[in-house]
Design a protein around this ligand. Sequence first.
Ligand SMILES: Nc1ncnc2c1ncn2[C@@H]1O[C@H](COP(=O)(O)OP(=O)(O)OP(=O)(O)O)[C@@H](O)[C@H]1O
Ligand SMILES: [Mg+2]
Length: 410
Amino acid sequence: MALIEVENVTKIFGPAPKRALERYRAGLSKEALLAETGHTLGLADVSLSIEKGEIFVVMGLSGSGKSTLIRHINRLIDPTAGRIMVDGVNVLEMSNRALERFRRTTMSMVFQRFGLMPHRTVLQNVGYGLAVRGVRQAARDAKAMEWIETVGLSGYENQYPTQLSGGMQQRVGLARALATDAEILLMDEAFSALDPLIRSQMQDQLIALQAKLGKTVVFITHDLDEALRLGDHIAILKDGRLSQVGRPHEILLNPADDYVAEFVRDVNRARVLTVEVVMKPPQARLTGENMQRALDEMRRVGARYGYIVEGERYRGVTSAARLEEAVSGAGGNSQTLYDVAETGPTLAADDALETALPAALETEYPLPVVGDAGQLMGVVSPSEMSTVLAPPKANGAPLASRPDDERLAS
Ligand SMILES: Nc1ncnc2c1ncn2[C@@H]1O[C@H](COP(=O)(O)OP(=O)(O)OP(=O)(O)O)[C@@H](O)[C@H]1O
Ligand SMILES: [Mg+2]
């Protein structure tokens, strides 16, 4: 089971939400609901699964329900309908004490508008989460200072929030959330007030932190580049409704509707998509040293090129023509398959297509993708790359039926 399960959550803001809910369920749109009843639809029947240890990004235009969604997870907001499970516990059924403990230890939140305490210093703000957990002052200050340094605010620890710029206040909020060691981080536009350089550094740090500590991060942004860079999964909200959830490449290659297509239209796909997305098994994978057997295998499958592996290790590539020559040639009898293996450029699965493309265009055979242990993971051809680099289309594009999508989605 996923760490966080949001199940059919609907949120209606206003004095009589239950009655408005009936009206909404009878078919009123968000606008009509507001006009007719004065109630605002915040979320509409949203279901999501967030896995332990992933960065889950929520995107959408202003007013689409992002903050409303994240605030349900730590129950700053109660849903009008539906339920939220965290680590198998229904947060709606928690007692006040359990909820308090849960907010203090399991989750920490970075608020969109920083949420700092104005009468406390930067140091006290950052150490606050630790203070309520009963961590002693010396230990707390040491830890808080570490995070203050990490977010680049050394020297400001004794200042008050109002003495800082917006971006600096945002970093204080970030340091405070990170200092608590909570397993789940809820980050509502946590990087939005930062300038591009610091923003990019903070993104790197979040990725590194998450890889090292395995935290689960729910991250809200309306910056698609940030979403693509950070997200293991991305959910896209429109008017409180979920338009699409998927891995970054799925969102890019198969936008579910025009709204999502509009979001991804200007993305530099060559920079975002990786070799893994277009990798296929080689047509001929040649094992053993015997050239005649290798040639027979290539003929059987009709392959022009064969990829030679010894055990799991990739040894090189050869062509049917080359093998024919070697098999029929005089003196070729002492040669093995390994002697005709040609080594050339190889790719890594996480190479961006942008970096992979030049090498792929230079070789006449599909390029081998080799893993950390030297194993052959698959091959990539330039034509495969150009297919995914073509401009995106909404729903129903031929890309939707690419046969390897299932494998990639797993
Ligand atoms: N406390 C509230 N009372 C009434 N309506 C609310 C309240 N909070 C949110 N809403 C409404 O719910 C909808 C979603 O708001 P929300 O703040 O979740 O959007 P958002 O996606 O976070 O937007 P932004 O990018 O501007 O932060 C909006 O239509 C908003 O007017
Ligand atoms: Mg918001």
